[in-house]
Design a protein around this ligand. Structure first.
Ligand code: TYC
Length: 103
């Protein structure tokens, strides 16, 4: 080993500690106007959910006011929330998806 390499060797704990990227939740908000089957169709299209998964998330938001759909990196979460909200807007519904940093 040449002498200058000795300065850059990391301690084992610094080398093995995993680096976790911050994750962002996409949250589906309930409203009184968007039809249930439309919400299910958006969840299947944008978040690649099965019919059963989408039904479960939609009904949780319907009953409790909101439901976490999935977690992604910040950019992916914001893109998907925007696409899903836009699908509602284009169809004339107030359907909303928001993002929130996971602590
Ligand atoms: N509450 C809506 C209805 O009764 C359905 C709905 C469910 C809308 C979940 C939005 O995030 C939502 N038609």
């Amino acid at each position: 080993m040449c002498p200058s390499d000795a300065d850059t060797i990391q301690k084992p704990e610094a080398r093995t500690k995993p680096v976790k990227p911050p994750l962002w939740k996409v949250i589906l908000l309930n409203d009184d106007f968007t039809p249930r089957d439309f919400v299910v169709a958006v969840l299947k299209a944008v978040f690649r959910m099965t019919e059963d998964e989408a039904l479960g998330v939609m009904m949780t938001a319907h009953r409790r006011g909101a439901c976490v759909v999935a977690v992604f990196t910040k950019e992916v979460a914001e893109t998907k929330a925007g696409q899903a909200t836009e699908m509602g807007q284009r169809a004339g519904y107030p359907l909303r998806f928001t993002t929130e940093k996971e602590e």
